[in-house]
Design a protein around this ligand. Sequence first.
Ligand SMILES: Cc1cc2nc3c(=O)[nH]c(=O)nc-3n(C[C@H](O)[C@H](O)[C@H](O)COP(=O)(O)OP(=O)(O)OC[C@H]3O[C@@H](n4cnc5c(N)ncnc54)[C@H](O)[C@@H]3O)c2cc1C
Length: 426
Amino acid sequence: MTTRRRFLKLTAAASLAPAVASAQGTGQGTGQGAGRVVVVGGGFAGATAARTLRALEPKLTVTLVEPNRIFTACPFSNGVLAALREIGQQQFGYDGVARAGVTLAQTSATAVDAAAKSVTLADGNKLSYDRLVLAPGIDIRWDALPGYDEAAAEKMPHAWKAGAQTVLLRQQLQAMEDGGLVVMSAPANPFRCPPGPYERASLIAYWLKIWKPKSKLLILDAKDAFSKQRLFQNAWAQLYPGIIEWVSLSQGGKVTSVDPSTLTLVTDFARHKAAVANVIPPQKAGAIAQQAGIADRTGWCPVEPVAFESTLQPGIHVLGDAAIMGGMPKSAFAANAQAKVCAAAIVELLAGRKPVDPLLINTCYSLVAPDYGISIAGVYRPDKGVLADVPGAGGISPLEVVGGFRAQEALFADSWFKTITAETFG
Ligand SMILES: Cc1cc2nc3c(=O)[nH]c(=O)nc-3n(C[C@H](O)[C@H](O)[C@H](O)COP(=O)(O)OP(=O)(O)OC[C@H]3O[C@@H](n4cnc5c(N)ncnc54)[C@H](O)[C@@H]3O)c2cc1C
């Protein structure tokens, strides 16, 4: 597994090398390759894209539009719920992005005029661009689950955008009496971080086992299968027997409405009254995507698989969770990888050259307990107009292990978080 992962990393680095070399070779001193790129959204995709663009072509004028001074990362935020980390350890500023020569516009983008190639900002300014990168992450579909609106989220937090919601859910867990029932709901695919709900269930169960041992956790799922399912379920049987119960779609797990006044989650077959309710609702691309006309009827943004340019609006690249990336899941690892590929492709396009076909990797680590990690990796390349999974190239943690294998994967997860946040924010 380790050897394979090291090989995959080398392959990814190699796939970027020709584009980087040629951009430096022709862009320098000639003025070729220079231009204006606006990046909307300073998360894992957008901040990485902005920094990489400047690293590849220092002549580019790159502006990053992001309303928050501090970014709060979702990966590892499940550890905050289980009191393994503090919310401050999830937070990153933009000084490193500014040091890369990126201009920061600390406001929101409110409109995109694709024909005029300009972005309107909430502070009233307008930015013109040669290429636009939209990486706004997700928005909650407030109309998808009857009873679940913004007010309901203050009682039944989703905590699927890290920050105040994460802190609220942690406070609710800590205030709960021992013996209380925690109910989580997981949405149908696609959604941000496919293994995320199950990592969350695991870490909450870890915390309950220590601090509220009479309590239980129920997962109501709108799916019959989930990422790393056998690994999670084996670990639950071993570590948290009698604590976690998972109800699949075909067992009646789909939540059809909620009642925030009584913390009740309703399915076709039952009403579950929770002591703490964590509703992870259906999602869509961040609102600016709809406004810019790059989201289709699914709510997500279709892109071509080489430079991740919108198939609906030329000149606009879409990265990260907002985009439909074929087989690639919505993860921070994927968002960061797509951003590097896209930055290299934009440098090529601005210089009038054709970007090379990329090879991308995703790895998703999950913690089942602080010293128990599992992972799944995939490799993706363009095939028939989409980013397709390369058969046989990925990997998943083995079901049977000896020695400190799971503890080592937990350490890999920790290193991954440090690396990805350093790469993204500098
Ligand atoms: C609980 C949980 C655990 C997770 N664990 C992992 C993990 O272990 N590994 C992993 O790889 N991934 C994990 N993820 C998934 C990961 O968080 C996302 O896939 C990743 O954040 C996507 O990056 P992004 O840049 O597309 O979106 P984001 O990181 O959400 O960034 C979007 C940014 O755009 C900004 N924005 C939105 N609209 C506008 C606008 N109009 N103008 C300006 N700015 C705007 C937002 O403020 C935000 O800063 C997890 C997610 C959750 C919820």
